[in-house]
Ligand binder design. Sequence first.
Ligand code: PMP
Length: 365
Amino acid sequence: MLKRPFNFSAGPAALPEAVLQRAADEMLDWHGSGMSVMEMSHRGKEFISIYEAAERDLRELLAVPSQFRILFMQGGGLGENAVVPMNLSRGGAVDVVVTGSWSKKSLKEAQRYCNAQAAASNEVSRHTALPATSQWRLRSNAAYVHVCSNETIDGVEMHTLPDLAALGCAAPLVVDASSHILSRSVDWSRVGLLFAGAQKNIGPAGVTIVIVREDLIGHALAICPSAFDYQCVADNQSMYNTPPTYGIYIAGLVFQWLKAEGGVAEMDRRAQAKADLLYHTLDHSGGFYANRVAHDARSRMNVPFFLADETLNDAFLAGAKEAGLLQLKGHKSVGGMRASIYNAMPLEGVQALVNYMQDFARRHG
Ligand code: PMP
């Protein structure tokens, strides 16, 4: 097979080639069933076995404790921005830590359902540094505290989850981990609920993973649609309505691939190596390239960067495409470039990118 280009899309993002190949092999006839997974009833034994394996593997990969339920939902991260307050807020106070574009959106959406406020914001730094936890203004009556642990657009990552108890806050922590789930382990003692859209580090768009502590289930507002009431979803093994079956199947293949590659500990190690290589290149480019995020808040998954001479942007992108390096254009709200280097991106891909960047800088410096 021809070597495929390296795809740096922020999402939907590259999937492991082995997963795509296996899905292709199984497309017309899954395991002798005579059916494509797309053609199976979600209540049949074939799909139930796919679903159960996916859930089991995800629980194992992230060491999810038994008092947490894993739900496979729909509606994406933006859907959860409404679904979480509808399920957890009880219409009361909710504190949101604003660290970038996505948590800002979460705050705005939550305000439609409850008394949501920013507990802190890094807007003054244009989302390039994390507000210190000591500065967070957390309300004692908050139903939960929301953070986005990796801001996909701004390239800002919390390298550890906040310990709310240590801050004197008894509220559960809600984490939007959409763009770095499965790149590191999760300290579940600090988490009440964690959600993630699948289309970055898991599988195709359309699947939303929600991992929620059992005691937080069963308090939905009356206006919450049944299909988004965690109680209803949990009671029906994520099959109250027809789940995104094919997306769950591909997610399951990714989980098997992750296990075979060495699990989350290995992804963590690789993420560090890839990020170190790319940031080192940016920081040692003599100012040709720059990443503006504070060093202790730099994302290992999404690396925005700028060329000092922005008139070279189009040439940079065109040359990258020719070199087999795709989708490096930055988000329109930030500009410049962005390299997303999720689990499926091999170190070899980042090496190819930095080789291209250095060569481009030599030619245009
Ligand atoms: N949260 C984060 C951190 C994201 O990166 C994204 C998508 N880029 C979203 C939420 C929104 O996800 P969706 O488009 O699936 O609603």
